[in-house]
Design a protein around this ligand. Structure first.
Ligand SMILES: [Zn+2]
Length: 447
């Protein structure tokens, strides 16, 4: 299969280190509020990645982290801690906030039928390992101490600018206004922050004789080291992670462990909502529950996401979501048809895989599905690949309902339209309708 390679900037053959242990790491959510559909679009793309790898015969070993500590509200090392912000907003402790939003995140994650990662890692379970990593960076001479923490000296890591093709001079000029005067270079970042006198920061641990907490890039380097080991095969995240978060992960890990951090980096683009950025002030932050309230299943949204490509920017609108909902109903009715007719298909697994094997091009696969006849076995395979639960959400009819369809047909033929209509209504209660065709009645799902 081919994947986009962030290092070489082209789509190239994916070469695994060990086909029986494809090591994948996904930067997960900061658990201080509900994840919105923009957040979930990325996990849907990575679910397709995992399913595609598995169906190619690889064994996937994937770790997803949950940031429950120390993620400041800006990419810089200043600003409010997101968890603290959530706690103040809701009058809860930071630990309660983390638990609440982890539960909500995992509920939605499962509602979208996203493949369960091998390991879901909470950042706060890795504080000791974080400290060991900071010590290692100190010992190797990559850090310096300021009054508010321990900073990574990016000038010591020669390749720092390479990954994101950063222009460090420009960065320096742009940062002048808010340049922390104790920082040696504008791109330097905290690996450990000290709790300031009077600062309200509930999560804190002792290190270097002071109380503090990890810098927010640190946990990913730590968790990858502890759970997977460098180098990993694929690291995924959003394009916003490229210039700072992933650049800093590489700097920390490669300096500390003298190994490449990851062979492939997959970054997904953002989605906009009705042409605008997802933002609280615009009131366009939708959660899966918001979509449910408007009559859409999480699967309608998942299908909408898979109609596009992870590297393109997408615009979400309810009009398009409605089209995706109709497409899913159409597919479910084709599943219903495949229960009723023995359909010979031209569709083969290799054909389906060939689309997604080209840098996860699910859109082309979906167009192919629209244009070709599929058997029940084909739909089963499509479910394995796209995870849309088409069979589970579109089961075959029970014998009782099949009898009702027969009885309705008999009544209709005998001219007993009152009985036929009563049976039609009964079927409608089960969200089933019957089409009278030349070849006899065909049932379909109503919704
Ligand atoms: Zn990360």
């Amino acid at each position: 299969m081919k994947l986009y390679n962030q290092i070489t900037k082209n789509v190239a053959e994916f070469v695994p280190q060990d086909p029986n242990n494809i090591k994948i790491y996904t930067c997960g959510p900061t658990v201080y509020s509900y994840a919105h559909i923009g957040n979930f679009s990325s996990y849907i793309y990575w679910d397709l990645l995992v399913r595609t790898l598995s169906l190619n015969g690889y064994q996937v070993n994937r770790v997803l982290n949950l940031t429950d500590v120390g993620h400041l509200s800006s990419d810089a090392d200043e600003g409010e801690d997101k968890l603290e912000k959530g706690a103040k907003r809701e009058g809860k402790t930071v630990w309660e906030i983390a638990d609440k939003y982890i539960t909500a995140f995992l509920k939605d994650f499962r509602a979208l039928n996203l493949t369960e990662p091998t390991k879901i890692a909470r950042a706060t379970d890795y504080i000791e390992a974080d400290i060991a990593l900071v010590k290692k960076l100190i010992d190797k001479g990559y850090t310096y101490e300021t009054s508010d923490g321990i900073y990574y000296d990016t000038s010591k890591f020669e390749k720092y600018a390479d990954f994101a093709r950063l222009n460090l001079e420009k960065l320096k000029a742009g940062a002048r206004v808010e340049f922390n005067s104790e920082k040696r270079n504008a791109s330097d970042f905290a690996v450990w922050k000290y709790v300031k006198p009077g600062e309200d920061h509930a999560m804190q641990w002792e290190f270097n004789g002071k109380m503090g907490y990890p810098g927010w890039h640190l946990e990913c380097s730590t968790i990858i080291h502890e759970e997977l080991g460098e180098p990993i095969d694929i690291h995924t995240g959003g394009i916003d992670h490229i210039p700072i978060h992933h650049t800093n992960e590489i700097a920390q890990s490669e300096a500390a462990f003298d190994e490449k951090l990851s062979h492939y980096w997959l970054h997904c683009n953002f989605i906009t909502i009705d042409g605008q950025k997802v933002s609280k002030s615009l009131g366009n932050i939708y959660t899966l529950d918001d979509l449910r309230e408007k009559g859409y299943s999480p699967y309608d949204f998942k299908l909408w996401v898979l109609q596009g490509h992870y590297r393109s920017d997408r615009n979400f609108s309810f009009e398009d979501l409605n089209a995706a909902k109709n497409r899913r109903l159409n597919w479910r009715n084709r599943v219903a048809e495949s229960y009723q007719k023995d359909l010979s298909s031209s569709f083969i697994k290799e054909t389906a895989l060939s689309f997604v094997n080209n840098d996860l091009n699910s859109a082309e696969l979906m167009a192919y599905i629209d244009d070709n006849t599929l058997s029940l076995d084909d739909w089963r395979f499509i479910d394995q690949l796209l995870g849309l639960d088409l069979l589970k959400t579109s089961p075959d009819l029970t014998d009782e309902l099949k009898e009702q369809i027969k009885a309705r047909e008999n009544a209709r033929r005998a001219g007993d339209y009152a009985t036929a209509d009563a049976l039609r209504e009964k079927l409608a209660e089960n969200k089933i309708t019957v089409l009278d065709t030349e070849n006899g009645p065909i049932w379909q799902y109503l919704a």
